[in-house]
Design a binder for this molecule. Structure first.
Ligand code: PMP
Length: 448
């Protein structure tokens, strides 16, 4: 498609470097301009409306037109548009949100430290883990275990903990302190004939063997998303999280739960740690914390993590870390209002109640000849396709395009298309979303 130089598409190609894309191809094809949002829908600059079946980037829990978030932002902008939390300064919205997060945490947590993105939060959590090891007089205890296909962001430490090749290659990553254990997706990595229970045992053995090979005294923390998101909505096999938790306790390794996608109701509980009985030492939160109306993320740390860090800050004269926008008053005011709305409207219970209809719709789609299987929990799921002979991921890429033509915005990852709609989605809208995907599958089957 060619765009005139003065069109928004043409100027976008001319001036903006895009994310997560083949840049040369983008120079030719350009992008889709989204202009407005209304509930679970967004509209492009040609007036075409789409169901945002990914809630943007897994994040817009309240949909694209929540007036109370607009009002909360405007009110705070007028009162105090900016202040920081350096040194001895603080402000109401950051305190209110920190207190609320501590009260909602699924396990006892001591402190909240705000950041602006999931990547920043993971980088900071990593620095905290290292700082703590030094504080405890264990300078060799620094390695971090991530997982193949795990995703934790793109800043240097977060990308290193991430276990996805394209986030490492040519960026000279991962850092050598970051190591990776097996991906526990039974659908993708089970041996022929292997039961789910045996698969779980093998995954746990892989983790324990890695710890023993590297030396438990050298390993500070394990990072995990309760459900792997950007890896392709990969579900943990039965018994996996209990097993991981036991191994980490045995070897005195911290458990960092990355709930950037799963936090605030996505799995039908407020936090996915509750869904699987995970008891993390630290939690990383973002996305649905503010429905992404403002950039906001948070690291929660328990007393065992916080106390040594606080002692070390005395020895160092300060905790030598801080961001200009940490705890930003407008972002935290919006986050506070957003979580209050999620709680008031019981959107966590709503996600749990919608789960049956959502998963049933997905498994009905999995009956299609082009499909392989489906999976999910709460309001996050994926439809796995049979691979096409032309190349890895081609079927899912084609289906994503066909869905878009049918007015449903999904994301293709590997051989799957992923669903993570706004939490406000109704039963009828779930049907509308999957009807669109069904039409796209049929259209694809005819043309393929
Ligand atoms: N952790 C997880 C689990 C994520 O899904 C993401 C983003 N998709 C991140 C971290 C990074 O967040 P951000 O893009 O805000 O840096």
């Amino acid at each position: 498609m060619t765009f005139s130089a003065d069109s928004i598409e043409g100027r976008d190609i001319a001036f903006q470097m895009h994310q997560n894309t083949d840049l040369r191809q983008y120079e030719q094809t350009g992008g889709l301009v989204i202009e407005s949002g209304d509930g679970i829908y967004v509209t492009d600059n040609q007036g075409k409306r789409y169901i945002e079946a990914m809630a943007g980037l897994w994040s817009v829990a309240l949909g694209f037109s929540e007036p109370r978030l607009v009002a909360a932002a405007a009110k705070q902008m007028a009162l105090l548009p900016y202040y920081h939390t350096f040194n001895d300064k603080t402000h109401g919205p950051s305190v209110d949100l920190a207190e609320l997060l501590i009260s909602l945490a699924p396990v006892p947590m001591s402190k909240v430290h705000f950041t602006s993105s999931g990547s920043e939060a993971n980088d900071l959590a990593c620095k905290m883990v290292w700082y703590r090891s030094n504080a405890l007089g264990k300078p060799a205890k620094k390695k971090i275990i991530g997982r193949i296909k795990g995703y934790h962001g793109v800043t240097i430490a977060a990308a290193s903990i991430t276990g996805i090749a394209r986030n490492h290659q040519s960026f000279d990553l991962p850092l050598d302190r970051m190591i990776h254990t097996s991906c526990p997706s039974y659908v993708h990595f089970a041996e022929p004939g292997e039961s789910e229970a045996s698969f779980t045992v093998r995954m746990l053995n892989d983790l324990e063997n890695l710890i023993l090979e590297e030396g438990a005294d050298t390993i500070a923390a394990f990072w995990g998303e309760p459900v792997m998101g950007a890896g392709g909505v990969l579900m943990p096999p039965v018994g996996y999280w209990q097993g991981v938790q036991a191994i980490l306790r045995k070897y005195d390794i911290l458990f960092v739960a990355d709930e950037v996608i799963t936090g605030f109701g996505r799995t039908g509980k407020l936090f996915a740690c509750e869904t699987w009985g995970i008891e993390p030492d630290m939690m990383v939160l973002s996305k649905q914390i503010s429905s992404s109306y403002m950039p906001l993320s948070a690291v929660l740390l328990n007393d065992a993590v916080y106390q040594p860090i606080a002692d070390e800050s005395v020895r160092q004269g300060t905790f030598g870390h801080g961001f200009t926008a940490s705890g930003h008053p407008v972002a935290t005011a919006v986050g506070l209002e957003n979580i209050n709305i999620i709680l008031e409207r019981d959107l966590v219970g709503h996600a749990a109640r919608m789960e049956r209809h959502f998963l049933a719709g997905l498994s009905a789609l999995a009956e299609h000849p082009l499909a392989h299987s489906s999976r999910g929990v709460g309001l996050i799921g994926a439809l796995e396709l049979n691979p096409w002979s032309g190349g890895a991921g081609m079927a899912a890429a084609a289906l994503k395009t066909a869905c878009q033509a049918e007015g449903v915005m999904v994301r293709n990852i590997g051989e799957a298309i992923c669903f993570c709609p706004p939490l406000i989605i109704t039963e009828q809208q779930i049907s509308e979303m999957f009807d669109g995907v069904g039409r796209a599958l049929n259209r694809l089957a005819e043309s393929h």
